[in-house]
Design a protein around this ligand. Sequence first.
Ligand SMILES: *Cc1c(COP(=O)(O)O)cnc(C)c1O
Length: 222
Amino acid sequence: MSIKENLIEIKNTFVNSDCLLVAVSKTKPIEALKEAYAAGIRDFGENKVQEIVDKQPQMPEDTQWHMIGHLQRNKVKYIAPFIHLIHGVDSFKLLKEINKEAKKSDRIIPCLLQMHIAKEESKFGFDDAEMEEMLQSDEIKQLQHVKIVGLMGMATFTENEVVIRKEFKGLKSLFDDLKSKELPQNFDLKEISMGMSGDYIIAQEEGSTMVRIGSAIFGSRN
Ligand SMILES: *Cc1c(COP(=O)(O)O)cnc(C)c1O
């Protein structure tokens, strides 16, 4: 099946048609991105800074670039001028660096805080204590060049739908809890980025507002 046919089939299975489809094009050649663009996709997700920087000038200006992977602080400067949304903000230090580079570009960069929701040990993501510490700090309020627009999470890599659903429910309830708090003015929580090729339907059922789908659109990666 072509990329266009895959996209139609995926959209047909959406349980929430307002959910944003971010096409995860990592490792795929620019021709594949252009095909998806021609089929109407404007939002592309990449997980490597070098790759996003290489591809960005080759795509039309209205392409919206999403950084979905772990972002190293020393590489923020390369994407700060154009990045549309950074999904994987997993530490306060990284958020401060994004703010610094956004200021140089005279931008306010939208960010999602990556939360640790999976059972498996992952190095990346906030836990409750780190989140609380950040919210209580004076510094968070001073970051005028970032906007926290929501949360992002990845479920455990498993076929077990009960586990996946439980983790997505957990992220949704973290989101609702956070939203009910009094937050600094640079918070405007509206997005929950959860769901990939194998679990986006469950994610939408549990409240996802953006799904990050790669292999179901572009085929498997090597
Ligand atoms: C690769 C990747 C995806 C897409 O995965 P698929 O299973 O190919 O849909 C989604 N989110 C993140 C963070 C990724 O790294």
